[in-house]
Design a protein around this ligand. Structure first.
Ligand code: SAH
Ligand code: SF4
Length: 405
C-alpha cells in the first residue's frame, strides 16, 4: 500500500486538495469487468487461447458480459467448456458487492457497494450509487472515487477523508449492479419492456476528471453499442472544474459535459469550490468555449446549487447570464440538500423561482432539479460512505502507519 499525505495548499495556505490516501489492491482472482477488447484478448492469451481464436472469443465474452449481463462463466454456453473452465480458474465477472439497498418513498434507490481493498485497511472501501426513475428515463448516478480529494464547502462527500480512485471495472460495475438489481439486461424480463437505466451521470462520489483514465475507459465500455449501449448523448460527466482535463474529456470520451459552477464571482467560488483558486472562473469558461462538440444541440449544463443568502441573489443571476454569453449552455438549479453538520441552508422557494425566472427570460433553459431520495440521503451532495466513519483516533493510527510504511 502506498500512502501519501501531501496536501496541495493555496498561496493563502488553504487546503485545496487531499492526495489519495489509498491505492487499489487487485483481488487474487481478478474480474474481467472493465477491460477493453484488447485487454481481454491479452488475458485470453495468458490462459492459452491460440491467437487465431482470440478475436472471436473476445466478441463472445463481450456479448455475455456487457450485453446479457452474465454473472458467471457457466452461463456463457457459446464458449467451449474447456475455455470456460480455464476462465473460471483464473478470473471472475464479479461486480462490486451490494451491502445495502435503500428505496426512497419516491422510488429512488441507493446501493451501498463494497470494493476489494488493501490488506492493511480494516474497513473495506465503499461507495454509493443511486438510481433515479422518472417518467421518460431512468438515470443512474455513478461514483468515480471513494470520497473526493476536493473539499467543496457544501458537499457531504467532500468531508470524507478516506479516498481512492476507482478502477474502470468498479465504475462499469456500478452500471452492471444496477442492471442486475433492476432485472434490466437485454434478455431479461424488464417490466414494461423498455430499458430502465437509460442515462448515466457521473455525479456520485468523487471528481471524475481526477480519475481520468479509468473514467474514460469505463465510459467507452458503457457507450459501446455491442454491450451496455448507452449512447454518449445520454452520458453526462460533471466536473468541479479540472480545466486541463475538460477538453481531453471532449476529445477522448465525447460525452455531455456538466460544470459545477455554483458562484459567479471568484471570491465566493474560491470559498465554495476551493479548486477555483487553481482554475478560476475565466479559465473554466474558456475551457467550456473550447469543449469539442458543444453546440446548441449539445449544450453544456451549468450546475448551480441554491444556498440561502450565499449565492442566490438576483445580482448573481444577472452576472451568471453575462458570464455564459456565447456558450451553448443550460442551467440546472439544484436546491441545496442538507446533510448532518452543514452550516448551509437551502434557498427559499420564492428566491429559487425568481432566480430561475430571470435566467429563463434571458433565454436559458433553467430547470430546478427536484430533490430525489432526500429521505435516504441519496440526493446530490449527500453521498458519503460508511468507510468514512473511522474515529479520529483510528485515522491518526492510519497516518502513523503510513509514515512508517
Ligand atoms: N465532483 C463532481 C461530480 C459529483 S457532485 C462535481 O463536483 O461536479 C454532483 C453535483 O452535486 C455537483 O454539481 C455538486 O456540486 C452538487 N452538490 C454537492 N453537494 C451538494 C448539496 N449538498 N446539495 C446540492 N447539490 C450538491
Ligand atoms: Fe468533490 Fe464534487 Fe463534492 Fe466538490 S462537489 S467535494 S468536487 S464530489
Amino acid at each position: 500500500m502506498t500512502v501519501e499525505l501531501i496536501e496541495t495548499t493555496s498561496p493563502a495556505g488553504l487546503v485545496l486538495e487531499k492526495t489519495p490516501l489509498e491505492t487499489y489492491v487487485a483481488p487474487a482472482k481478478p474480474s474481467l469487468i472493465g477491460l477493453s477488447r484488447a485487454e481481454l484478448a491479452e488475458r485470453l492469451g495468458w490462459i492459452g487461447v491460440p491467437p487465431a481464436q482470440r478475436k472471436m472469443r473476445v466478441q463472445q465474452l463481450w456479448h455475455w458480459i456487457y450485453f446479457r449481463g452474465a454473472t458467471n462463466f457457466d452461463e456463457m454456453t457459446s464458449i467451449s467448456k474447456e475455455t470456460r473452465a480455464e476462465l473460471q480458474q483464473h478470473f471472475t465477472v464479479d461486480r462490486p458487492e451490494v451491502v445495502a439497498e435503500q428505496i426512497s418513498s419516491d422510488g429512488t434507490r441507493k446501493w451501498l457497494l463494497r470494493l476489494p481493498s488493501g490488506d492493511k485497511i480494516e474497513r473495506p472501501h465503499e461507495i454509493e450509487c443511486v438510481y433515479i426513475p422518472e417518467t421518460d428515463r431512468g438515470t443512474l448516478c455513478v461514483s468515480s472515487q471513494v470520497g473526493c480529494t476536493l473539499n467543496c464547502a457544501f458537499c457531504h462527500t467532500g468531508t470524507q477523508r478516506l479516498v481512492r480512485n476507482l478502477t474502470a471495472g468498479e465504475i462499469v460495475g456500478q452500471v452492471m449492479v444496477a442492471r442486475d438489481r433492476l432485472n434490466d439486461w437485454a434478455d431479461r424480463d424488464t417490466p414494461g419492456g423498455g430499458r430502465l437505466v437509460t442515462n448515466i451521470v457521473m455525479m456520485g462520489m468523487g471528481e471524475p476528471l481526477y480519475n481520468f483514465d479509468a473514467v474514460r475507459d469505463a465510459l467507452l465500455i458503457v457507450a459501446d453499442n455491442e454491450g451496455i449501449g448507452i449512447s454518449r448523448r445520454r452520458i453526462t460527466l460533471s466536473t468541479s472544474g479540472v480545466v486541463p482535463n475538460i477538453v481531453r474529456a471532449g476529445d477522448e470520451i465525447g460525452v455531455m459535459l456538466a460544470i459545477s459552477l455554483h458562484a459567479v464571482r471568484d471570491e465566493l467560488r474560491n470559498e465554495l469550490v476551493p479548486l477555483n483558486r487553481k482554475y478560476p472562473i475565466a479559465e473554466l469558461l474558456q475551457a467550456c468555449r473550447d469543449y469539442p462538440g458543444a453546440s446548441n444541440a449539445r449544450r453544456i449544463t451549468f450546475e448551480y446549487v441554491m444556498i440561502k443568502g450565499v449565492n442566490d441573489s438576483l445580482d448573481d443571476a444577472k452576472l451568471l447570464v453575462k458570464l455564459l454569453k456565447g456558450i451553448p449552455a443550460k442551467i440546472n438549479l439544484i436546491p441545496f440538500n442538507p446533510w448532518p453538520g452543514t452550516a448551509y441552508e437551502c434557498s427559499e422557494w420564492d428566491q429559487i423561482e425568481q432566480f430561475s425566472e430571470y435566467i429563463f427570460n434571458a433565454g436559458y433553459s433553467s430547470p430546478v432539479r427536484t430533490p430525489r431520495g432526500r429521505d435516504i440521503l441519496a440526493a446530490c451532495g449527500q453521498l458519503k460512505s460508511e468507510t468514512e466513519k473511522l474515529s479520529a483516533r483510528e485515522r491518526q493510527a492510519l497516518r502513523a502507519m503510513a509514515m512508517t510504511d
